[in-house]
Design a binder for this molecule. Structure first.
Ligand SMILES: [Zn+2]
Length: 206
């Protein structure tokens, strides 16, 4: 059995969306051994930091929150699809002919996995690609960027996916992972009422 950690390490200098300073996670030491007998720390960060799952509330007023996520959707067999040849976005055309079936959890490996810092031109799932996945009725989709879309003011990609009940997993690192079938564990933190939550995403190859 081989374990692939496909999560981003969380720290102050990690890539954050649009490199915004206020999105940098702040890890603070509350007490240490100079003054106490135990070490304790706390963190202040955006729910969309690093590897995380978006819940429908992120884009839909009154949508479900992350604590309502059915874990069988994120602890599941999955397929990694290699799209590292793409230069800009993932469209319906790019997905036609790929083995994507109803009920699949699909992870897109793109050239984003090779970026060291935040790249404003990251490869994203364009709305025609999202519509195609919604038509097939997959159960989840993951991407190796901090967002599954960009440059779409009306957020059509998120909406297409949420309206079809598709889970969105963002911020993956897939450089070390080849195209193929795996088992995915990507349970988000159990935070009541949140529109997203960080997850430790792991792939298992038997
Ligand atoms: Zn997000």
């Amino acid at each position: 059995m081989k374990i692939f950690d496909i999560s981003m390490p969380i720290h102050y200098h990690m890539p954050v969306y649009k490199n915004k300073e206020e999105k940098r996670p702040q890890l603070k030491t509350v007490q240490d051994f100079r003054t106490a007998t135990a070490y304790e720390s706390r963190i202040d960060m955006d729910m969309h930091t690093g590897t995380h799952i978006d819940a429908p509330l992120h884009m839909i007023n009154g949508g479900d929150t992350i604590d309502y996520l059915d874990l069988s959707k994120v602890i599941t067999p999955c397929k990694v699809i290699d799209l590292t040849h793409l230069e800009q976005q993932i469209t319906r055309e790019d997905l036609l002919g790929k083995e994507i079936e109803k009920g699949d959890f699909i992870l897109f490996k793109t050239k984003n996995s090779y970026d060291e810092g935040f790249n404003p031109e990251f490869i994203f799932l364009e709305k025609s690609g999202a519509k195609y996945l919604a038509e097939i009725q997959i159960k989840g989709v993951g991407i190796d960027a901090l967002g599954i879309e960009r440059s779409q003011p009306n957020h059509e990609t998120h909406l297409q996916l949420f309206q079809a009940g598709i889970v969105i997993l963002e911020g993956l690192r897939l450089k070390e992972v080849e195209e193929g079938e795996y088992f995915l564990y990507a349970a988000p933190l159990y935070i009541k009422g949140a529109e997203a939550a960080p997850a430790r995403a792991i792939l298992i190859k038997e």
